[in-house]
Design a protein around this ligand. Sequence first.
Ligand SMILES: Nc1ncnc2c1ncn2[C@@H]1O[C@H](COP(=O)(O)OP(=O)(O)OP(=O)(O)O)[C@@H](O)[C@H]1O
Length: 247
Amino acid sequence: MSRLSLEALTLAQGGRTVLENISGTFEDGAITALVGANGAGKSTLIQAIMGLLSPLSGQVHCSMPKERRAWLPQQLALDLTFPMSVEELMLSGCWPTHGTFKRYGPQDYRRMHTIMQRLGLSGLAHRPLGELSGGQRQRALLGRTLMQEAELLLLDEPFANVDTHTVEILCDTLREMASAGATVIVVLHDMEQLAQLANCVLLLAGGHGQWVEPETLLERHHAPARRHAHAPFISLNLPDVPPCSTY
Ligand SMILES: Nc1ncnc2c1ncn2[C@@H]1O[C@H](COP(=O)(O)OP(=O)(O)OP(=O)(O)O)[C@@H](O)[C@H]1O
């Protein structure tokens, strides 16, 4: 089943076409890696899926309610001077369903504490975001999407500048969210993480999109088998690869 698909999608930034005629379906419960060189259009596609960028032509079909769609931007895009604690950030995940001014109930706090424990954030509830490590901050941001009960989760390079412990927690949590039926799309550059996480890959290159099986991409790049250690960063001379059979 799928609640998210792209139909002949063409997108532009600043009057210049960035992506052309991209079609495909994101399956519920699958983790799709969005892969491409710098400037290939990964963030542009994410903006369009989130409804923040109107297509030049074509459409994004998304039947998930807006309040269940979550986007984790690149860490560099975050304003760390904004005075907010971990607890406030996580509770703000309730805004899309509760509204901004509704008081949080005991069940919200209970759920938040469970999620904090799961993400290794217990003890950091009152810490300002600006005083967290990159890994702690990324876990708090993912915690917010868990509070939101996101059904569509888009993550832009979530593993950049985070420790290996955090990578493990993030990967486990994303797998659990996908197992529960969420559609997860994650911008990745690292082959090891792609091997561990992705069920499918959407390659963006030269303004076009191509769906491929992760194994095919890994073989082309001589990476180790799935769930094995150390792999190099993707070399992004994107090859002609057969399409992903599931799409
Ligand atoms: N607001 C904007 N105005 C004009 N051009 C833009 C804008 N945002 C992005 N672009 C251009 O659109 C193209 C795609 O950018 P995008 O940020 O989607 O790429 P990306 O694949 O996410 O790159 P990176 O891996 O570096 O984050 C690039 O050429 C970029 O310069």
